[in-house]
Design a protein around this ligand. Structure first.
Ligand code: FAD
Length: 300
């Protein structure tokens, strides 16, 4: 099923769309581990599961398509195949799209990607921005296409105005929905929603939430994505950094509070970055099921 249809059905049922993100394991043989993780998540039945793709085209090597097809075939859950254009030429891209279509995966998250750190290879000019890739995917076949959005602006351009112009271009190119970069302050997401709706961007916009598991993970995210850390979270990390279990519990609790608040605000959806940890996804979804009681009282 196309994910845009899932958003539509959930909206009619006054329910948010709940999704999870996993990444293909880097180690050889890691695919069995991810299949085990997916078996554990099977009966939670999120609305869809997305699978990331290496910017250097390493999705083919690290099994994005294999995993996305497995989610659909073995678990009967819709999958979202991430795809990056930055290193691809049009011939590579057509081959990849053909392979995705042949495996019956119907949804693609179209991304520009970044040149891999330490790579000497040059980026390709063919898909300079995600909007170009979105157009290419639609002209290839009948896919449902999602794209990324940035509550605090993309790291290369922080100005809200440019952020919106580029988001609008992606919708005009055919983006059917948006998934946000992680953020730790819900207000930044609400600002993005207000700006998007007043720019007449109508597609569903899902909030990306990443529970904190360690100090190093947070530092990596700040450096890579430029996200801000609210003082409440800094204090939590400071308080529990010597005890990893307590930090994880507090990090999950912080993420749950973010999710509670988002659902109360009637957001289109919540996308949990699971980091391939079944316990993160399990607790988030179990909590979500309890929260359905709250969200059913909210007007979407
Ligand atoms: P774009 O929308 O093309 O934007 C890139 C930059 O160009 C932005 O600064 C934008 O403002 C600017 N821009 C856009 N259009 C124009 C224009 N017409 N003129 C001038 N400037 C313009 N990376 C991976 O490698 N693999 C993944 O699986 C992956 N999954 C992701 C999932 C989500 C939900 C998110 C939020 C990000 C993901 N990323 C992934 C990271 C993403 O590839 C990077 O953030 C990348 O730097 C930008 O990708 P984009 O698709 O948003 O690019």
């Amino acid at each position: 099923m196309k994910i845009k249809k899932i958003y539509k059905q959930n909206k009619q049922a006054k329910q948010p769309t709940i999704s999870l993100e996993i990444f293909p394991p880097k180690k050889d043989g890691g695919i069995e581990t991810i299949y085990q993780t997916l078996t554990e998540l099977g009966d939670l039945k999120p609305d869809f599961i997305s699978v990331t793709y290496g910017a250097g085209g390493s999705g083919a090597v690290n099994n994005t398509l294999e995993i996305a097809a497995h989610i659909k075939e073995q678990h009967n859950i819709e999958s979202l195949h991430h795809l990056t254009g930055i290193m691809a030429n049009d011939q590579d891209m057509l081959k990849t799209l053909k392979a995705i279509q042949e495996r019956g995966v119907e949804n693609i998250l179209a991304l520009r990607g970044d040149v891999p750190v330490g790579s000497e290879a040059k980026s390709s000019d063919t898909y300079q921005y995600a909007s170009k890739l979105i157009e290419e995917i639609h002209s290839f076949g009948k896919f449902c296409v999602g794209a990324a959005c940035y509550p605090e602006g993309h790291i290369e351009r922080r100005a809200a105005i440019e952020n919106m112009e580029h988001l609008k271009q992606k919708e005009e190119a055919g983006a059917d929905f948006f998934v946000s970069q992680l953020f730790f302050e819900n207000d930044s997401f609400y600002r993005l929603l207000d700006d998007a709706r007043s720019t007449r961007i109508c597609a569903p916009i899902t909030a990306g939430i990443m529970p904190i598991l360690s100090r190093s993970q947070v530092e990596r995210m700040i450096f890579m994505c430029g996200v801000s850390l609210p003082s409440k979270l800094i204090k939590i990390i400071h308080k529990y950094e010597q005890n990893i279990d307590d930090l994880r519990k507090a990090g999950l609790e912080y993420a749950f509070e973010q999710i509670d608040d988002l659902l109360k605000h009637g957001v289109d959806g919540v996308h949990v970055y699971t980091m391939n940890r079944p316990n993160v996804a399990r607790s988030a979804l179990t909590r979500y099921k309890n929260l359905l009681t709250i969200s059913s009282e909210v007007n979407f």
